[in-house]
Design a protein around this ligand. Structure first.
Ligand code: FAD
Length: 535
């Protein structure tokens, strides 16, 4: 069994160990921030346990736009430090830690009647500044090409659904795009596990203290006490539920999903300025599984934090209307096959009662790392998916200092995640029956995009009947759902999936489209049951 493999059996064993033995650092929350902290601390030689109430990437980390941002947006709000940090972290992701999960995405801003001349000029200036950030971060134009003006024909090739009439040309600028946000979280968690971190899902923490927490195994209902020399609270938008001193101003961001074919299967993202704004855009982003996701909104979302936020009809209308301004054929509600929303964990630095604070779109995306005056744990909050690594570095630096731990320096900028490095650990039990050529044929670009250097292992490790007779066989009859049976098995044997929902909604993103989810639910349930029985 690989050291990086997460399974139900490993979870049960490590939960027992955690009840018996204290760890140096306990992380609460298994989103991108929490798993980033677990990896940073484990890589410095600390003993680490992470507890997550539901599943890896259960929270905001699976509802993002899946972009590794260069920070352009933050320049517009004057956050130069955040913008530079974002560009630096994008560079690290694209060149060292996760080049297999992040690709260069051409973004097309059409210069057409739906886009005002001032918006076109402002966007051009913004792209120029964004390019300075790219160069400042040391990212070569081979990795991310510089922005340029393109002719109408090229714009239409990249985004075929764009209206041709009055199309004078387009800005084409590149940014980083993740194949999927939840896959980044799982890759981080497995890389941390490979360095000895215990990654424990379905474990809720209550009663956070400076030296531990009360934990509940939500599968059995059993409670236990975890002891640690320091605790890091990475519960994102739920931080206030475990620490009364935390003040957040959650902001909801909604996306809709449409079939890629409806927009001519674009190779690039379409960028449409929000009417009346020089710095806000709606993006139509090509995504895996034959989809385009269109987002996003920024709406204050006060009140209790739901487990799964819901998009509102008016947000969906706004997205469809904005993007349709530049399309040959407007998008209609019937084109929408899915919709999802997430809550940004924005830190309210002004406090709750000053009323006249900024709107959420203007709140800084800077992260906050502090020792909580209420629990004594280290809180790490806010920030972005792109900057998870530097957030983790700051949090572990503070945790080490606060608890007086002995630990090495942070070195995660040079630590490739599983799948990034061709020198992955060999699988001990290769599939005995499948001829090699069949596996090679099954090694599709989609599989490589999701698993990088591990793609071949995903196929080689498949042992289930059906999975071995056609390792690369899809779980659905449709072309767009190109998830293989082997991937479902791998999710259980290596990625810590404990049930079909984990596979449908987080290891794969089939669940973003309810009809796709319903179409494959039975087969996924059957495969997951069989894989769990063999562990
Ligand atoms: C709509 C939207 C789009 C975005 N797009 C981008 C983008 O394109 N690029 C980018 O860089 N950033 C983007 N962001 C920002 C980014 O997604 C977030 O900053 C990031 O995912 C937050 O991660 P997190 O780990 O802090 O929180 P979360 O992912 O929410 O993780 C917190 C975890 O804590 C767990 N938890 C809560 N309470 C407990 C408890 N008591 N015990 C144990 N576990 C608990 C939850 O189940 C959850 O899994 C976007 C955000 C939104 C909302």
């Amino acid at each position: 069994m690989q050291r990086t493999a997460l399974t139900a059996r490993r979870r049960a064993r490590e939960l027992d160990e955690l009840a018996a033995e204290p760890v140096d650092l306990l992380v609460v929350g298994g989103g991108v921030t929490g798993v980033g902290v677990a990896l940073d601390a484990a890589a410095r030689g600390l003993s680490v346990a992470l507890v997550e109430a539901h599943d890896l990437a259960w929270g905001t980390s699976r509802w993002s736009s899946k972009l590794a941002h260069g920070g352009l947006r933050y320049l517009a709000t004057g956050d130069v430090g955040v913008a530079r940090e974002s560009a630096r972290e994008r560079h690290v992701l694209m060149t060292r830690t996760a080049p297999h999960l992040v690709r260069a995405l051409p973004q097309v801003l059409p210069l057409t009647s739906g886009v005002g001349p001032r918006q076109g000029i402002t966007a051009g200036i913004g792209f120029g500044l964004g390019d300075l950030l790219r160069r400042d971060a040391g990212t070569s134009s081979d990795v991310l090409p510089a922005p340029r003006l393109a002719r109408p024909g090229e714009a239409a090739r990249l985004v075929p659904a764009v209206a041709r009439e009055h199309l004078h040309g387009a800005w084409v600028a590149h940014d980083g795009q993740l194949v999927d946000d939840a896959r980044l979280v799982v890759a981080l968690a497995r890389t941390a596990a490979g360095r000895g971190a215990k990654i424990l899902t379905r474990v809720r923490a209550t009663d956070l203290r400076a030296d531990g927490a009360t934990l509940q195994d939500t599968l059995t209902g059993a409670t236990l006490t975890a002891r640690a020399r320091v605790v890091v609270n990475a519960t994102g938008v739920w931080a206030g539920t475990v620490d009364p001193s935390v003040r957040l101003r959650p902001s909801r961001g909604t996306h809709v999903v449409v079939p890629a074919a409806r927009l001519g299967s674009p190779a690039g993202a379409l960028m449409v300025p929000v009417p009346g704004s020089g710095s806000r855009f709606v993006f139509a982003l090509p995504a895996q599984l034959g989809r385009v996701i269109i987002g996003l909104t920024d709406e204050e979302a006060p009140g209790p934090v739901p487990d799964v936020p819901e998009p509102t009809p008016s947000e969906i209308d706004f997205l469809l209307a904005t993007v349709s301004r530049v399309l040959e054929r407007p998008l209609l509600p019937d084109d929408v096959v899915g919709a999802f929303a997430g809550l940004r964990p924005l830190v309210d630095r002004a406090g709750p009662d000053d009323g006249a604070g900024p709107g959420s779109a203007d709140l800084s995306r800077r992260h906050l790392v502090e020792v909580s005056p209420s629990t004594g744990a280290v809180n790490v909050l806010g920030g972005k998916l792109t900057t998870y690594r530097s957030m983790a570095e700051d949090a572990v630096d503070l945790a080490v200092k606060h608890a007086g731990l002995t630990a090495g320096p942070c070195w995660t900028t040079n630590l490739p995640l599983v799948g990034a490095n061709p020198l992955v650990e060999p699988v001990e039990t290769p599939s005995p029956v499948e001829p090699v050529e069949t596996r090679a044929q099954a090694l599709t670009p989609a599989l490589v995009a999701r698993y990088g250097a591990e793609a071949e292992q995903v196929l080689a490790a498949a042992t289930l009947p059906g999975a071995t007779s056609a390792v690369g066989q899809g779980i659905a009859d449709t072309d767009h759902l190109d998830v293989t049976r082997a991937e479902v098995e791998w999710a259980v044997t290596h990625e810590g999936a404990l049930d079909a929902d984990d596979v449908l909604d987080r290891r794969t993103r089939i669940g973003l489209v309810p009809a796709d989810r319903a179409a494959v639910r039975d087969v996924v349930e059957e495969l997951v049951g069989a894989a769990l029985a063999r562990l």
